[in-house]
Design a protein around this ligand. Structure first.
Ligand SMILES: Nc1nc2c(c(=O)[nH]1)N[C@H]1C(S)=C(S)[C@@H](COP(=O)(O)OP(=O)(O)OC[C@H]3O[C@@H](n4cnc5c(=O)[nH]c(N)nc54)[C@H](O)[C@@H]3O)O[C@H]1N2
Ligand SMILES: Nc1nc2c(c(=O)[nH]1)N[C@H]1C(S)=C(S)[C@@H](COP(=O)(O)OP(=O)(O)OC[C@H]3O[C@@H](n4cnc5c(=O)[nH]c(N)nc54)[C@H](O)[C@@H]3O)O[C@H]1N2
Ligand code: SF4
Ligand SMILES: [Mo]
Length: 737
């Protein structure tokens, strides 16, 4: 039978590479990079090929499961929804909406149906107890952008194509392929940067894969970035190098910023950073004097106690040195759809409000409608009004991905009801009473909602489903979520979903364009579901056809007719139009950050713990859920603890040997690999392992389960501003097993 070649944007990481997938006899034959993809130009990594294994994985769930005693057994969709209705409705009736918590994870960012309709479910439920992987990851960055620019997804990214000096703190794009920065083929782009005489500087405790290709690696002590960044700004101000320029004229708070960093001379922070004062001074001068420089910080600076304050200092440094919104500096993408910073009145908006409520037990602030994932366990286990009694998870595995994972696992067993939307029976979903499986990504159409808002070049791409799916036999996730939305709003599990989908969209349209709602609804038919929302977003977006008012503009029809995507050009300056703050200015000194930095100053002299743990990512792994795919699981063990050989000797552990690693949240058994890429006093363990929990169905992963880093981390350690978890720089002890 003849093969067909299909396009698909890879849904596995933020690089969003365009793939070519060859199918014959209904089976995936071959996956490779799409050379003519306007954005990724043929680049892929080894994970793309694993989409075949994912699609074919016999452990991937294809039918709902319902708990019968100790086991989860296959069931029909109708029985599963009947069970959900039977169990969930009384909990809402008796204890109210807050008794039902929602938790959503990383894959939702990569599946438009899951993302758009999870929002529908959350709205229908109306619970305060909403948790997501954002508070294990990038919430500091979003909060800081909200405070400074007025919207949490107005995130400037390095314009790597034109920069002369790129400084990366706490990011390892050679392994992660970039984050909060969609930059396929980082290696090629970094090489081009160096070939045109530019420089790459990496600030990371470990000599990472990215540090290895850099011109300079500064092995900072974990958690010291807040001091380093304040010192760089101090030098810029003290040496008269500040030239905030155009962005400066649109800012307020420059004097407050200068005052806030004044005490942090390189000499005062050098010891804490583990770096010479002169090195910091030179770096500050290089950034300030470069005609096009960009400082970029990621996971390693966000998942620490000072995450939000670090994010602020990085953007402040870019702005004060004249590199914000300038070619080669940090620039805002202009996405074709769903970007709030292209909607409403250009240059001004409502800004953001946080802390509208607080978590019941720890009093952690609400941020963007969420509470910290690290508060979930205590909200389940602490009795009293408002206690969480039921949980719905969607594409999240917090038992492995959140600090205090084992305590969370214990808490899940105390729930009255738990529902998981997941594709596996895994460490988290094994606690559920009902599991509703999502489909293989190859069976759904795809448009990235978030990542074009973070991309190093403007573009739009859409992939239709690669393989046919039978909606009745296995409904897409958006219909599962809609059915749940109907259920929690009292309409019964057999509500007319198409009518509900129409009604929800009509409601959206009436809010946005009251006079045109009916005409718009008609113009968008006969599409349904996420594709209809996408068509609306594209046509109403900045490049859209405005429903005929801008002929030749974007629509889903037009995008679908361009399989290689549509290039929308290099990043362009967007100030002041991008801003959505109430006064139309950038806030260079958000009060909460200034106060937080003052607290950091008080802790500058604290003695460094003798041994701390940091995390790592491996090109062939992805968080907690791709260890069951044979093509990625083969090869060397990627779950080992890396230790400097002198530390290994000092703690009596040997290369290849077993050891106990203990932290503030617990201890785990690990296997040791010695590595001189780490400084002394720092050990390195990846997260997402620990696939030895009974009852999970991950046969390949269970062969080499590894241990979960999050079992030794402490869920009480958070960035107080954003509620984000602290995932690195945590003190540990190491001993032979
Ligand atoms: N292959 C692969 N790719 C992935 C993922 C994956 O699991 N595997 N996960 C995806 C996800 S969800 C995300 S969010 C992104 C994350 O992508 P990145 O932000 O690039 O994250 P990491 O690769 O974890 O790199 C974080 C770096 O911070 C360093 N670090 C730790 N502590 C500190 C510190 O105190 N200061 C400084 N300066 N550095 C520190 C670590 O050594 C590490 O090199 O990757 C995505 N891509
Ligand atoms: N210590 C430590 N902890 C970390 C990190 C770290 O660097 N160090 N990184 C953090 C980061 S950046 C992130 S983003 C989080 C991720 O945290 P999570 O989102 O909780 O974790 P994942 O491992 O991505 O788990 C994804 C879940 O979704 C399921 N899934 C996969 N595809 C689909 C699908 O198509 N549909 C549905 N319904 N489910 C699907 C998987 O089976 C799995 O259960 O982990 C965080 N945890
Ligand atoms: S870098 Fe790899 S995992 Fe990420 S999108 Fe590209 S092919 Fe997929
Ligand atoms: Mo993440």
């Amino acid at each position: 039978m003849s093969a067909t070649v299909h396009r698909r944007i890879c849904p596995l990481c933020e690089a969003c590479c365009g793939l070519e997938i060859e199918v014959a006899d209904g089976r995936v034959q071959r996956i490779r990079g799409a050379e003519d993809d306007v954005f990724s130009r043929g680049f892929i990594c080894p994970k793309a090929v694993a989409l075949k294994d994912l699609h074919e994985d016999p452990d991937r769930l294809r039918t709902p499961l319902i708990r019968r005693g100790a086991t989860l057994e296959p069931a029909t969709w109708d029985d599963a929804f009947a069970e959900i209705e039977r169990r969930l409705r009384p909990i809402i009736a008796e204890h109210g909406r807050d008794a039902v918590a929602l938790a959503v994870g990383n894959p939702a960012a990569h599946k438009m149906g899951l993302l758009l309709y999870f929002a529908r479910l959350a709205r229908a439920l109306g619970s305060r107890n909403v948790f997501s992987a954002s508070t294990l990851d990038q919430m500091p960055r979003q909060l800081q952008c909200g405070w400074m620019y007025g919207h949490w997804l107005s995130v400037p990214v390095p314009d790597i194509a034109r920069t002369r000096l790129l400084v990366i703190l706490g990011g390892n794009p050679m392994a992660s392929n970039g984050s909060m920065w969609t930059v396929p083929d980082f290696r090629g782009k970094a090489k081009a940067l160096r070939e045109r005489g530019g420089r790459l500087v990496v600030i990371d405790p470990r000599r990472t894969e990215t540090a290895a290709i850099a011109d300079q690696h500064l092995a900072i002590r974990p958690g010291a970035d807040v001091f380093l960044l304040a010192a760089l700004l101090q030098v810029v101000f003290a040496e008269g190098l500040a030239r905030p320029g155009r962005a400066g004229e649109l800012s307020r708070g420059l004097d407050d910023l200068q005052a806030a960093v004044a005490a942090f001379t390189p000499e005062t922070v050098a010891a804490r950073c583990g770096l010479p004062a002169e090195t910091l001074r030179h770096l500050a001068r290089d950034i300030a004097r470069s005609e096009a420089a960009c400082v970029y910080g990621r996971l390693g600076v966000h998942t620490q106690r000072w995450g939000t304050t670090c994010a602020w200092l990085i953007d402040a440094l870019n702005l004060v040195t004249g590199h914000l919104d300038e070619p080669g500096g940090a620039m805002w993408p202009r996405a074709a759809a769903f970007a709030a910073n292209t909607e409403g009145r250009p240059g001004q908006g409502r800004g953001i409000v946080t802390g509208r409520h607080a978590s019941r037990v720890s009093g952690a602030p609400e941020v963007f409608g969420e509470l910290p994932m690290t508060c979930l366990a205590e909200e389940i286990t602490t009795p009293g009004p408002g206690q969480v009694r039921a949980l719905i998870t969607a594409g999240t595995n917090p038992v492995l991905s959140a600090p205090g994972g084992q305590r969370l696992a214990d808490a899940l067993d105390g729930l009255d009801f738990m529902l998981s939307l997941d594709i596996y029976l895994n460490e988290t979903s094994r606690h559920a009473d009902v599991i509703l499986p999502g489909r293989s990504p190859l069976e759904d159409g795809h448009y990235d909602i978030a990542f074009p808002q973070l991309s190093d070049r403007n573009h739009a791409r859409y992939s239709p489903a690669v393989l046919p799916a039978d909606d009745a036999a296995h409904p897409p996730e958006w219909r599962l979520l809609l059915r749940l939305a109907a259920l929690v709003s009292g309409q019964g599990a057999d509500a007319d979903l198409d009518a509900l989908d129409d009604a929800l969209l009509a409601e959206d349209l009436r809010r946005r364009a009251p006079q045109h709602a009916d005409a718009l609804l008609a113009a968008l038919s006969p599409r349904r579901g996420p594709e209809r929302l996408l068509d609306l977003a594209l046509r109403a977006g900045p490049y859209g056809d405005a429903f005929g008012q801008r002929p030749g503009g974007l629509s889903l029809d037009r995008l679908a007719a361009a399989p290689a995507g549509i290039d929308l050009g290099e990043l362009q300056p967007r100030l002041p139009e991008v801003l959505r703050t109430p006064d139309g200015l950038i806030d260079l000194a958000p009060a909460a950050c200034v106060a937080d930095l003052a607290q950091a100053a008080e802790r500058l002299a604290e003695p460094a713990p003798p041994l701390v743990v940091i995390g790592r990512r491996d090109l062939r792994s992805n968080n907690s859920w791709m260890h069951n795919l044979p093509v990625l699981a083969k090869g060397p063990d990627r779950s080992t603890l890396w230790v400097h050989p002198d530390d290994a000797a000092a703690h009596g552990v040997a290369e290849g040997g077993a050891a106990r690693l203990a932290g503030p949240g617990g201890e785990v058994g690990v296997r040791v690999n010695c590595s001189t890429d780490l400084p002394r006093g720092v050990v390195c363990l990846p997260h997402g392992w620990g696939h030895d929990r009974p009852g999970a169905q991950l046969r390949v992963a269970a062969e080499r389960p590894g241990a979960s880093l999050n079992d030794l981390l402490d869920e009480r350690l958070r960035d107080p501003l954003s509620g984000n978890a602290v995932l690195a720089g945590v003190p540990v002890t190491l001993a032979p097993a």
